[in-house]
Ligand binder design. Sequence first.
Ligand code: A3P
Length: 280
Amino acid sequence: DDYLWFEGVPLPSLGFKPEIIRELRDNFVVKDEDIVTLSYPKSGTNWLVEILCLIHTKGDPKWIQSMPIWDRAPWLEAENGFMSLQGMEGPRLITSHLPFQLFPRSFSSSKAKVIYIIRNPRDVSVSGYFFWEKMNICKIAKSWDEYFEWFIQGNVPYGSWFEHIHGWMSMRERKNFLVLSYEELKKDTRGTIEKICKFLRKKLEPEELDLVLKYSSFDAMKENKMSNFSLFLRNDSTILLRKGVTGDWKNHFSEAQVEAFNKTFREKMAGFPPGLFPWE
Ligand code: A3P
């Protein structure tokens, strides 16, 4: 059905290989200097990567404007990302959507800094519906209603959102693990970037922070062909940078879907303390 199924997790079929996923989990060495962006797809991954790149250059846009985002922070589990990480020297920026159980085991003894970005799964589902259709690297839903069902069942790229969250949130007390939400990044971008700098132990001057904000904004990213995916997606900059807002799900969920989602969320997330998810 157009997926690469790996130990029960549906992965995109194009650009992924089971032997690489296995090799990664068992033998890939996460280095202490690495900085890893982790997420369930469509949670704001690329926004966070752009911010991390700009923090690295202290707001200088030269790097983000001259090298594609997937080369600056390779996608660990994709074949080409895995290849380019092999030869990379020094501190690496790494991007991954892998669920916890498939992530390199070496992480458990590493001091690498990991940022897990989460987003209201309702918005994640709507964003994914429009994205995967255009990406064309996995099964495509005939309608929003069909995709909604698939999302609830976990029959979408990277499997169940709920399981992804359960797996990774179990790491949230670790010192080298930071959980951020798309919602807080939207609401207080500056404050959240400061939080990231503190976590990474990087100091930015106020004017450098201004530059990070300027060049990582939705409009700036949409203009930047190195970041907006238009290089490989039919020259279309709206595929990744679609709306960039919170709450768009309200324009797509029917009343029955709102109820069904609330019920599933309550059931599957029952073990988490109240207040953990800013959108609930
Ligand atoms: P929408 O489809 O809701 O617009 P990912 O990078 O994990 O694939 O996530 C993509 C989502 O993040 C898209 O959501 C995209 O618009 C949003 N996004 C990307 N860059 C952004 C930015 N600079 N500001 C706000 N949202 C951004």
